[in-house]
Design a protein around this ligand. Structure first.
Ligand code: ATP
Ligand code: MG
Length: 411
């Protein structure tokens, strides 16, 4: 049988990519090609380019072995962190570029990593180990597009489809289950039927994946502009990923997530608002950064108390500016009464307080500990009184003026 030609090239595309590639990336490819080694931009950058989006980074793959790459880039600054796996980072004109030898994965036994990795001279072999057709394309200005799995067709159709047999691919590496959901949530592409069935069936394997990797994929998924659709359609898979997300009320969570801005803390809060009490455990189990866990906790701890313009200064004291803003968005998404005009009025009130530098911290209070000591207060009473005074100021009970506060403190 005649060998299938995997290259589809049009001059227009070749020129467009040559024009799009940042000069250092183009230079790296040219230098490898000049030394006789095939070299391509590969993966996410090719996908994003075909979809008309700006790639956020560029990976290069090449027929050159690691030592051959080192020879080609002798004299340049290089970082050898991934050399064993075929990756050399080259710094050209301040841009760091990851270049990886074409690889073929050996058998997967642990459900995440191949036992062996072997180098190959064929780009098709390297593309075959990649997860989804839209991620399994490589482009070289000189050679055109290598696309053996019709990634370009799936970009045009808008489909997430496994390279090869879905059951096998998810069995090799269960992280791909969440990667499929993340790309779907980000791009708004549905997941092809067989791929979808296999990832549902394989969700039990998510237990093998490290919590940090799950957290990173979940963050990406929640920041997708189509996150709500995915949460609704694949609730049982997310349940398995969160390992105890069982308490989440999906019918409420999905629209809430879509209703808040693309910000990690407020999206997690929207997802977990209905799982109060369990939310901190879920985030801690994922080893989320403390900052995020604390922000989500503060938003959920606020509970159902509806924000009003009157309460805004108190909310600002309790939550800080960033979380107060998130709370306005969260309540608008969870409760129609807080949406639209109400949300805009609340935001206007918050903006006004910030502009006026309204008192919302002890440091802004018109009295300090020394003032209270001069009144005869001692020890913990000083801190307690300062806090009581601050709270009264934020409620509007008394003005933030020294005389008024001292009078209040003395009573
Ligand atoms: P992003 O824009 O999110 O960075 P990306 O496609 O570049 O998307 P990366 O995680 O940076 O995603 O991975 C780069 C490429 O490596 C992918 O496009 C894909 O070809 C391949 N890849 C990454 N992770 C896997 C995996 N778990 N299994 C198979 N191939 C993978
Ligand atoms: Mg990438």
């Amino acid at each position: 049988m005649e060998k299938q030609n995997v290259f589809h090239e049009t001059r227009r595309e070749a020129n467009a990519v040559a024009w799009m590639l940042p000069p250092p990336v183009k230079e790296a490819i040219d230098r490898l090609e000049g030394a006789g080694f095939a070299a391509y931009a590969v993966g996410g950058c090719v996908r994003d380019w075909l979809l008309g989006a700006a790639p956020h980074d560029y990976d290069i793959c090449t027929a050159a072995s690691p030592s051959e790459m080192q020879r080609v880039f002798a004299g340049e600054r290089t970082i050898e962190t991934g050399l064993k796996h075929g990756t050399l980072t080259v710094i050209l004109r301040q841009m760091s570029i990851e270049i990886t030898t074409f690889r073929q994965d050996g058998e997967y036994l642990d459900g995440r990593h191949p036992e062996t990795v072997t180098f190959t001279r064929r780009v098709e072999d390297d593309l075959a180990r990649r997860d989804f057709t839209i991620n399994a394309m490589a482009y070289s200005p000189a050679r055109g597009l290598a696309d053996p799995f019709d990634g370009r067709g799936d970009c045009a159709r808008g489909l997430i489809r496994c390279v090869g047999q879905p059951e096998k691919r998810f069995g090799e590496d269960a992280l791909r289950i969440l990667r499929a959901l993340r790309f779907s949530a980000r791009l708004g592409f549905p997941i092809e039927e067989n791929t979808a069935a296999a990832l549902r069936a394989g969700r039990g394997m998510l237990g093998r994946i490290s919590r940090e990797r799950i957290a990173a994929e979940m963050n990406g998924l929640l920041l997708g502009s189509h996150a709500g659709e995915i949460l609704t359609a694949y609730a049982e898979v997310i349940d398995a990923a969160l390992n105890g997300g069982g308490q989440i009320d999906w019918a409420a969570a999905a629209p809430a997530v879509d209703g808040v801005p693309l910000d990690g803390a407020v999206r997690w809060a929207a997802l977990l608002a209905g799982a109060k009490g369990r939310h901190a455990d879920i985030l801690k189990a994922l080893k989320m950064p403390n900052r995020l866990t604390n922000d989500v906790d503060a938003l959920i701890a606020w509970g159902d108390a509806l924000l009003t313009a009157d309460k805004m200064q108190y909310a600002l004291m309790k939550l800080g500016a960033e979380n107060a803003k998130r709370l306005i968005a969260l309540q608008a998404a969870l409760d129609p009464r807080q949406a639209g005009e109400t949300a805009r009025a609340l935001q206007a009130r918050l903006d006004q307080l910030l502009r006026e530098d309204a008192c919302c911290t002890l440091g802004q209070l018109a009295v300090n500990g020394r003032d209270l000591a001069a009144l005869g207060l001692r020890g913990p009473a000083i801190g307690q009184t300062l806090n009581r005074l601050l709270e009264g100021v934020t409620w509007g009970r008394w003005p933030n003026e020294k005389e008024a506060l001292l009078k209040e403190a003395g009573q």
